[in-house]
Every structure is written in C-alpha cells, then in structure tokens.
Design a protein around this ligand. Structure first.
Ligand SMILES: Nc1nc2c(ncn2[C@@H]2O[C@H](COP(=O)(O)OP(=O)(O)OP(=O)(O)O)[C@@H](O)[C@H]2O)c(=O)[nH]1
Ligand SMILES: [Mg+2]
Length: 294
C-alpha cells in the first residue's frame, strides 16, 4: 500500500520505490511504499491535443523509467495509421525514449506502404507474424524497460504472451476495423525471462491498454518537430519564430518538400499535429495519409 506521506503523488507502472514493512511477499504480508525515486523518463499522453480544454489538460503518465517505446501497429485488422505512429514518435523523442516500430499481423498484409512512408527516417522496425521467431525482438528488449503502445487489437498482449509465456495476458478478438474492444484494461510490467546462458538483466516489458489516440497537448509546438527528424534540417532556413504552418509564406518546409528532400505526407502530418494542438481540428477525426477512413 501507499504511505499517506506520499500525499497525492501517485505511483505509476515502472516507478522505482522505497518499501518498508514486510517485503517477503508471503500471503498476508503488508509493505508500504514510502518513497518514489526520481524518474529517468516519463512517457505522457493527454486525452486531447488542445491544452486550452479540460480534456487537453488531463495528462496521464503512461509509464515511468522506460528506455524504449515499442509502437505496435498491425498491418491489417485494424489497418495501420501513420498519423498515430507519428504521434507516438513525437511522444518518444519528447520523453527521450528510443522508438521501435513493431508491425504485427504481417501474415495478413505487407508492410510496403508503411515502410515507404518512413524511408527517410532511420526508424528501427520489426515484422511480426504468429509463427515468426522473436530473437531479433528479444535482443532489442534485453536489459531495458520497454513499453508497448498501440491501438486496441493490434496484438500487444499476444506479443507479451509469446515473450513471457507465464504472463497469461488476456487477448481479445478485433470486433470491427479499428474498433477493437479493449481487452487489456491496465498497464502491467512483466520481467522478461532470462536467457539460459546470460548473466545480464533480461529487462522488462510493459503491456498497456489500447488507445484510440495519443494526445500531445503537453508537447510544445517547437518540440513537435523533434518527431520529424526528416524535416528538422529544413527549418534552419526559416525566418525567426516561423510557426511552420501552411499559411506561413516564408516557411522553408514547403521548398524542402518541393525539392524532393522529404515526403509531402510527412509535412502534411506535421502540420495536422500543429493545427490539432491549436484546437483547429479534432485529433480523433484526422484523415489517414493513406486515404482510409478512420
Ligand atoms: N493474424 C494475426 N492475428 C494476430 C496477430 N497478433 C495478434 N493477433 C490477433 O489479434 C487479436 C487481438 O490481439 P490482442 O493481443 O488482444 O491485442 P491488444 O493489442 O493486446 O488489444 P488491447 O488489449 O485491446 O489493447 C487476437 O485475436 C490475436 O489472436 C498476428 O500476428 N497475426
Ligand atoms: Mg491487450
């Protein structure tokens, strides 16, 4: 239990804490959390993008002390949404957490469209199908705290069960395209099994409930750009305090894209996020860059 002296400070998954009392873990034992250690990283999201609304100010800490953000996106059922992946990338760079893209359900559709969109980014990615070996993923997870995020039904818990068989995380059926029922309802950290020969800390994996969107009200307009490393260089030629919006005639991003140095869909995605932060659009109805309805 949490000690009263912690006040309203809440403990989140991934926190390192100080305990007093009976820490034996045996039945009926009682220990108290008396201290939360300084967090190495904090992954946050807001319900909406617009910090001027109550929902936008409602900030949730997804996980503390994560080293790696594993963005889980299915290649089909539900279909991938690069707008969502872009948001996760912004959140990862903002929190100083390394991103890894995990494309699941590779048995149902090919990754070409998604990978094409990210060609200019050195974004590490893995393709996952039900029968694919997980050695590459395991080696990227070893010794680190990794958190899985993604829409409901993309296969996060399925992956966790393959990595940590004794986890027995409930997995669900995808009820409608992009509208999976939320099978997992809380974030859970699980210790990865130690490889038989290794002395190293095997690391931790955090399974989280599916989210519809990844609100970024807590990220400044300037920091949004960090999620778009393929565009950053261009802004050196922008006038001082350039807002980088489409109506800014001198913004250097348009010429950069026109010269073929970045994908126009990436610029469009960045500007949609800027507009969404300014409260101009509803983040939940933003169009998919692949032209699919949500
Ligand atoms: N064809 C195929 N189906 C998969 C794959 N991975 C997961 N599934 C199926 O997708 C469905 C949803 O999987 P879950 O693991 O519950 O998804 P989740 O991301 O944990 O969903 P929430 O807990 O709601 O956020 C299940 O029926 C899985 O069997 C895959 O690689 N290929
Ligand atoms: Mg789940």
């Amino acid at each position: 239990m949490r000690a009263r002296e912690l006040g309203r400070k809440s403990v989140v998954v991934g926190d390192r804490v100080g305990l007093v009392g009976d820490t034996s873990g045996s039945s009926g034992a009682l220990a108290r959390i008396v201290r939360i250690e300084a967090r190495r990283s904090v992954l946050r999201r807001t319900a909406e993008d617009d910090a001027s609304t109550a929902e936008g100010r409602l900030e949730r800490v997804v996980v503390a002390n994560a080293d790696q953000l594993v963005i889980v996106s299915a290649l089909a059922d539900p279909p991938p949404r690069t707008g969502f992946i872009d948001r996760c990338l912004v959140a990862a760079y903002d929190a100083d957490i390394e991103p890894l893209l995990c494309l699941t359900k590779a048995d149902l559709a090919g990754p070409e469209k998604v990978l094409d969109y990210y060609t200019e980014l050195e974004l590490p990615y893995l393709l996952i199908r039900p029968d694919s070996p997980l050695d590459a993923l395991r080696s990227l997870l070893t010794g680190r705290v990794s958190v899985l995020v993604g829409h409901s039904g993309v296969g996060k818990s399925t992956l966790v069960n393959r990595l940590v068989p004794e986890a027995e995380r409930a997995v669900g059926t995808v009820s409608a395209i992009g509208r999976g029922r939320h099978t997992s309802t809380s974030a859970v950290a699980l210790r990865l099994p130690a490889p038989p020969d290794a002395q190293q800390d095997p690391g931790w994996i955090v399974d989280t409930p599916g989210v519809r969107s990844f609100g970024l009200a807590h990220v400044s307009a300037e920091s949004l750009l960090h999620g778009f490393p393929d565009l950053v260089e261009a802004t050196a030629a922008c006038p001082a305090n350039c807002p980088h919006t489409a109506d800014e005639a001198d913004c250097a991003l348009d010429a950069w894209v026109a010269a073929g140095r970045a994908d126009p869909r990436r610029l469009a995605s960045y500007r949609r996020l800027l507009a969404s932060r300014a409260g101009e659009t509803d983040s939940r109805t933003e169009p998919d860059p692949h032209g699919r309805p949500e």
